[in-house]
Ligand binder design. Structure first.
Ligand code: FCB
Length: 506
């Protein structure tokens, strides 16, 4: 038995626009994702979140499923435009009522709520006023956060400001693959700063009200490897690491944007964007840091004309802006040849260990860590026996859980793990064509079916551990399978293929 520390939190995660539906009910206003998804060509298949999983009406069933799966915590986001339709002003009573009922239901099921305040659904009126590139949006976010926190403070103690500001800024304002679909490089950097400023101001405001609560931010982080040991590839990896990871972690944990990233972006970085006191606000101490991990980036220097799109729907009308990494048009994403999920992301469980131990090693002020998202998309089907036999997802999760345990054994203060996602849902620019759930959703009937991976997660959560013995601990790469999997027969999905020895950059 591979045991996790006592009190380790096992949960699942969702986001408002991806599951709720009911976009025109209860006084909800439009968000940028409503506008974007209703714009032809933006989302694959013309899908939108109008109905999604209809969680707005079925939340009781969904909480019951979580309970059946032994989950101790639920990470969900509150819809800004449901709670504050215009992005400013008093909270909308019907929106408050929905989350009140959800919180009551969770409380009754003994499931701790983890509230994310912003999972990409900016109220459309704030985008009409300029969106995240405008400083005022940060102030509006802090006001909204304070109001929502105050309203629900008696029943939720774990608060996350932003989910993945990298995506909000760069997919929303640089590549245009996500709402609001703008392709304005300098504006995307303004968005980075204002998202982080909004985060810091929100934490300050919420903490002033309830210092005993726990506040954090969720970042999508990636180990970045050079494809070869060449100087050009190593520099490509440094730059991608800078723009993907350190721009955010250094700001939040050190109170400074990294010098090398600012130098790389010298021609694009808006000189007037950082005002006195901003970085102190951004680096307001955190009680926890959320890590979303899906895959590793392997990159090489290349001809700009050869770069490929990193994210977004293939039939998107948006002209892809290179690889999604601003200032890195000469960088190409490659890989190790490992199996991929249907997102095209290589399955690389040791990358989770690498990112956790990197944070632990490089950031002395690191708060306790939580994996706030990890999971995989596969083309699941309900079998004639009525079950969903998603062995690949089970293997994926098993392998990643073991890497988390390995990181803990090596000293990382990791306290919880939220699987993405509870339900199959609206996967942004991919619409309903990608299934990440540990619970299958039939989009015709909206019927839920717990997948085999869901039962696997339930068993891990109940035991607070995995059967099958320990994962290898200590130094050395496990990329080639030397210990990445245990002996229980479910692991192994991550460990095929051989790395080329280019080495982990950090
Ligand atoms: C993350 C998002 C989440 C989901 C997963 C697959 O980037 O936070 O909403 O789309 O990816």
């Amino acid at each position: 038995m591979l045991a996790f520390p006592p009190g380790f939190v096992w949960g699942s995660a969702t986001a408002a626009y991806q599951i709720e539906g009911a976009v025109a009910e209860g006084g909800r206003g439009p968000s940028i994702w409503d506008t974007f998804s209703h714009t032809p060509g933006r989302v694959q298949n013309g899908d939108n979140g109008d109905v999604a999983d209809d969680h707005y009406h079925r939340y009781r069933d969904d909480v019951a499923i979580m309970r059946e799966l032994n989950l101790g915590a639920y990470r969900f986001s509150v819809g800004w435009s449901r709670l504050q339709p215009a992005g400013t002003g008093p909270l909308n009573p019907a929106g408050v009522d929905f989350y009140d009922r959800l919180l009551d239901e969770l409380h009754g099921a003994g499931i701790a709520p983890w509230v994310t305040l912003y999972h990409w659904d900016l109220p459309q009126p704030l985008e009409d006023a300029g969106g995240w590139p405008e400083r005022d949006t940060a102030l509006r976010f802090a006001d909204y956060a304070a109001a929502v926190h105050e309203r629900f403070a008696d029943r939720a103690a774990d608060w996350t400001t932003l989910n993945e500001p990298w995506c909000s800024a760069f997919l929303g304002y640089f590549t245009g693959h996500h709402a609001p679909g703008r392709t304005e490089p300098a504006a995307s950097l303004r968005a980075v700063h204002h998202l982080l400023l909004g985060h810091g101001l929100a934490v300050r405001a919420m903490r002033a009200d309830r210092p005993e609560h726990r506040f954090g931010i969720t970042l999508n982080l990636y180990p970045v490897d050079p494809a070869t040991g060449s100087d050009a590839d190593r520099d490509a990896a440094r730059r991608v690491d800078g723009i993907s990871n350190r721009l955010f972690t250094d700001a939040v944990l050190r109170g400074a944007y990294p010098d090398d990233v600012l130098a790389d972006l010298a021609e694009l970085w808006p000189a007037d964007v950082v005002q006195d006191g901003d970085l102190e606000a951004i680096a307001t101490p955190l009680d926890q840091l959320g890590v979303n991990y899906y895959s590793r980036h392997v990159v090489r220097a290349a001809d700009p004309a050869a770069t490929t799109s990193e994210a977004g729907a293939p039939d998107s009308a948006v002209p892809a802006r290179g690889n999604g990494w601003i200032g890195c048009d000469d960088v190409q994403k490659t890989g190790y040849g490992y199996p991929r999920t249907t997102m095209g992301w290589e399955i690389d469980a040791p990358g989770l260990y690498d990112i956790l131990t990197w944070l632990h090693r490089d950031y002395p002020s690191l708060p306790p860590l939580y994996i706030t998202e990890n999971g995989a998309s596969f083309d699941d089907v309900v079998s004639p026996d009525g079950a969903v036999h998603d062995a690949e997802r089970t293997a994926y999760l098993d392998a990643h859980f073991r890497q988390a345990a390995r990181a803990i054994a090596d000293g990382v203060d990791l306290r919880g793990y939220f699987v993405w996602s509870l339900l199959d849902n609206f996967e942004w620019a991919w619409g309903y064509q990608r299934r990440f759930g540990i619970v299958h959703v039939d989009y015709d009937t909206l019927q839920r079916t717990v997948k085999d991976s869901g039962f696997f997660v339930a068993s891990v959560a109940a035991a607070n551990g995995l059967s099958g013995g320990r994962v290898a601990v200590g130094g050395g790469s496990v990329r080639n399978g030397d210990g990445a999997t245990g002996g229980d027969g479910v692991g192994g999905g991550d460990a095929v293929g051989a790395g080329d020895g280019a080495g982990v950059k950090r």
